[in-house]
Design a binder for this molecule. Structure first.
Ligand code: ATP
Ligand code: MG
Ligand code: MG
Length: 342
């Protein structure tokens, strides 16, 4: 394998491109939008996913196709896959593109999720609320991220509607949120990173801390859950698994079939970070050493946080990552820092 095709030119695609370059590989990024961060790839196509000629030319120019973003239309994936392999596979994409199939799949392989109900239309909401109870969270089945497309329901009277087919989730009383970043190679070998402790603000990931500070049995259980998911999907690549820690055990929140924001700490905490690990896996290379050699706090730089960059640059033990995006709009992820701790 010489050239990796990456669907999506955001910061994840950018960091994957850098990792591929370091391994002597070439990258071709396909970005349907403004390609805010696709500029470091060797080749960049900016065209919509509804452009068969552009998709065909892209696929023919690469050896394998991966993605930094799971919401690629099925028609585009069908065309791409008729030309080159897509890794992680279509099943992983299908399961994680839709919160209803995701939760159904997780329950089928014996993993706990929040209680949930299908809410195809607004008229189904009252029945779902009667079953799940309040408090609850209504989430669009597709396309949500950073807490978008979600409504918290405290009082079943007078609820609003997301405007799209949704799932209603019972509210999980968790003591902490953690995530596992796991890699699975083409040969089925699995390498997991230490679970990180995640703190969100306004639905957006704020910090990830390793070690997560939870008992070893919880951390081990989290890794076993992630491995079960990866094996069940015959997964190839890096995957992020978000979990809630509860007195009754771990509850899976969601899975992301790609490198994950809560895995950015691996850039400073491991010899082989999640980006290199993903490129190795999709290129059919052996997985690298994912052991953690440092304590790290990853902090996202969101919107106006970029004003703190000069000060952070001058702080010892801080590794800076900036995504080269233009305007610092509220809620926009502009970069992150990894602080080496102790
Ligand atoms: P991401 O950017 O991680 O993809 P998302 O938009 O897909 O986010 P979720 O991960 O489903 O959203 O939810 C965002 C946050 O909201 C969670 O990290 C958690 O803090 C809270 N949350 C979501 N679902 C529940 C639930 N069922 N019970 C309690 N809290 C929840
Ligand atoms: Mg999500
Ligand atoms: Mg999430």
């Amino acid at each position: 394998i010489r050239t990796i095709g990456i669907l999506g030119g955001g910061q994840l695609g950018r960091m994957l491109s850098v990792a591929a370059s370091r391994l002597g590989l070439r990258c071709h990024v396909y970005e349907p939008g403004a390609a805010p961060a696709g500029d470091v790839a060797h080749a960049l196509t900016t065209a919509p996913y509804e452009d068969p000629a552009a998709l065909r030319a892209f696929a023919e120019s690469v050896d394998v196709i991966t993605y930094e973003f799971e919401n690629v239309p099925t028609s585009a994936l069908d065309l791409l896959e008729s030309i080159r392999p897509i890794r992680p596979n279509r099943r992983a994409l299908a399961v994680s593109q839709d919160r209803l199939s995701e939760k159904t799949f997780l329950n089928q392989i014996g993993l706990a999720t929040a209680p949930f109900a299908d809410v195809p239309a607004q008229t189904d909401l009252a029945g779902a609320l009667a079953r799940i109870g309040a408090p609850a969270i209504l989430k669009t089945r597709r396309l949500g991220y950073d807490g978008k497309g979600q409504l918290r329901i405290e009082d079943p009277a007078g609820v609003e509607w997301t405007g799209a087919p949704s799932v209603l989730e019972g509210f999980v009383e968790f003591s902490a949120e953690i995530s596992v970043i796991i890699a699975r190679g083409a040969d089925g070998q699995v390498a997991a990173y230490d679970p990180g402790l995640n703190v969100h603000r306004g639905g957006i990931l704020r910090t990830t801390t390793v070690p997560c500070g939870l008992p070893a049995r919880v951390a081990t259980d989290a890794v076993l859950i992630a491995a079960r998911i990866a094996n069940a999907l015959d997964y190839v690549g890096v995957m992020g698994v978000e979990l809630f820690v509860t007195p009754q055990g771990l509850v899976v929140n969601e899975i992301a079939p790609r490198v994950h924001n809560s895995g950015h700490w691996t850039q400073a905490g491991c010899v082989v970070d999640q980006f290199e690990q993903h490129i190795r896996a999709v290129a059919g290379l052996p997985l690298g050493d994912g052991r953690r050699h440092a304590d790290v706090v990853m902090e996202n730089l969101i919107g106006d946080d970029v004003a703190r960059v000069p000060e952070l640059m001058a702080t010892p033990g801080v590794q800076m990552h900036l995504y080269g995006k233009g305007e610092a709009r509220p809620g926009r992820k502009m970069g992150h820092v990894n602080r080496i701790g102790r």
